[in-house]
Design a protein around this ligand. Structure first.
Ligand code: MSP
Length: 502
């Protein structure tokens, strides 16, 4: 069976999950579900990043030890993911003993190999980003709380792998996506790469993984956290079956804010360890509020669970997947959420399901009628569903989820149009001899609805399951004429009641 491994970033436990975190995690879940539905053996990893300054500060603010603080916030993430129907295979915490052991194992081997060395360094340090930055980065002004620090530290010889990394990026079109991000990283790599400071003296920061070769230091939080992508699937264990099966990852998903760490630090770390690089690092845009990135530090966050509790997890999942165009930023507003919900879910999808089910109930005692001969109008609609799985797979491969959804909805609108054209409510009443025509119309409609519902299942697992169960479609395929006539349709409540603007 073809393997598929996908990851999200590990979220810091200094804050509760917001829409931004939810977006990446839902995206990973949707891609996982689509890939499972086409028969792949999927592993989906997510989790939390629990060491370092940010978490230490957050826990100090609350006056609790950092591990206790992390334990509490992890629950909030797990609870959010449960309520948003995130079906991950493993939730990794960087405080897991197993992960810590593997980080130490890598540190020791790189130290012994000479790829980690001790040195005194004076440089610009961004407290907010927790890393040393270059003059140029300071000038670009994206980093806050910059100060000069002179310190003895351990360094990873990242510069040694610069040429190899550039070659890899150039030779592997899909390594960094979308292309604009690839160009950004190649631009960054035009300047000589510095070595990476991978330790923090305990006098300054105590909350981290001890360096195995120097007790006065802890590991830099990014060096620790990136390793999750292999430690989380059993790298370095005696029987590393999962690692052998799933690595290299098909996708590391994230937003553009953490592109450099993933496209420069992580691949060079892997090169130093002689481990294959992930196939694709994919950076999406940001959810903005009033043109600013949604983030804890700005304080403009929207809690996903508030929306999910009010309008349902399916609706939120749908909105997030539909309204963000691949690679671009997207603005979140409650109005755009309600508009999207009413137009697509209440009107187009909810309406067509409701219409057809009611007619089958009324005319055929809720049993799917046997179709007669297909005329041109029927055939036209049916043809629209030919080859749909290929189209969907192409969009899935390029992660164009919003376009994929648009394709499904264009088909849903076609079913509505088809009903308007064939008017089964008229053909049934005006001429009993045309009952065959009515039966055909309703059979074709419910069959097309089944296919669209099946396609929407990875995005809206709850409501679609309800529909598929009600129409008695179990492990259904995307092929037309798969549903049995005579099959009784169960009760389907109004799927997406219209939301009135407050
Ligand atoms: N802990 C690091 C990642 C380590 S991965 C080995 C980190 N954590 S974070 O909590 O800040 O999460 C950042 C990620 O959350 C982004 O890359 C993105 O996936 C998601 N998002 C956070 N805010 C976002 C938006 N406003 N919009 C879209 N995604 C956002 O960085």
């Amino acid at each position: 069976m073809e393997k598929f491994y996908i990851t999200t970033p590990l979220y810091y436990v200094n804050d509760e999950p917001h829409i931004g975190h939810a977006y990446t995690t839902i995206l990973a879940d949707v891609i996982s579900r689509f890939n499972r539905s086409i028969g792949k053996d999927v592993f989906f990893l997510t989790g939390t990043d629990e060491h370092g300054q940010k978490v230490q500060e957050a826990s100090e603010k609350r006056g609790v030890p950092p591990k206790e603080h992390a334990d509490e916030f992890v629950k909030r993430f797990k609870n959010a993911w449960k309520n948003l129907d995130i079906n991950y295979d493993h939730f990794i915490r960087t405080t897991d003993e197993n992960h810590k052991d593997k980080v130490k194992k890598i540190l020791t081997s790189l130290y012994e190999k000479g790829d980690i060395y001790f040195d005194e360094y004076e440089g610009l340090y961004s407290v907010s980003e927790e890393r040393f930055i270059t003059e140029k980065e300071k000038e670009e002004g994206q980093f806050r709380e910059v100060k000069t620090i002179k310190e003895k530290n351990y360094f990873f010889r990242m510069s040694k792998y610069q040429k190899k990394l550039i070659d890899h990026i150039n030779n592997n079109e899909k390594f960094i996506r979308p292309r604009s991000r690839k160009n950004e990283i190649l631009g960054f790599l035009k300047k000589p790469l510095n070595d990476l400071c991978i330790s923090r003296p305990k006098s300054r920061l105590s909350w981290g993984i001890d360096l195995p070769f120097d007790n006065d230091y802890v590991t830099y939080v990014w060096f620790d956290a990136l390793i999750n992508y292999i430690s989380g699937i059993g790298w370095g264990e005696k029987s590393s079956e999962n690692f052998d099966n799933y690595w290299p990852a098909d996708y590391h998903l994230m937003a553009k804010d953490i592109l450099t760490t993933h496209c420069v630090y992580w691949p060079t770390m892997l090169m130093a360890c002689d481990i294959d690089l992930p196939k694709s690092i994919f950076a999406h845009g940001w959810w903005l509020i009033d043109n600013m990135k949604m983030s804890k530090s700005i304080g403009n966050v929207v809690r996903p669970l508030d929306l999910a509790n009010e309008y349902g997890s399916d609706s939120l999942r749908y909105y997030l997947m539909r309204n963000m165009v691949l690679g671009q930023d997207s603005t979140f507003t409650t109005n755009s959420f309600i508009e999207r919900y009413n137009a697509d879910l209440a009107n187009d999808y909810g309406n067509v399901v409701n219409r057809v089910v009611i007619l089958i109930k009324k005319y055929y005692d809720s049993k799917i009628p046997e179709p007669g001969e297909y005329n041109d109008i029927d055939k036209n609609l049916i043809n629209q569903f030919n080859d749909l799985s290929n189209v969907i797979n192409l969009h899935l491969e390029s992660l164009k989820i919003h376009e994929l959804i648009e394709i499904i909805f264009s088909k849903i609108r076609l079913i509505n149009k088809y009903l308007e054209e064939k008017e089964p409510w008229k053909t049934y009443k005006t001429n009993p001899n045309q009952r065959d025509v009515t039966a055909t119309t309703l059979y074709v409609s419910i069959e097309c609805i089944r296919i669209c519902t099946k396609l929407l299942n990875p995005i809206m697992p709850n409501k679609t399951k309800l529909v598929l169960n009600a129409i008695g479609s179990k492990e259904s395929s995307l092929k037309f004429e798969e549903i049995n006539f005579g099959q009784e349709i169960g009760c389907i409540p109004t799927l997406f009641p219209r939301i009135e603007f407050k």
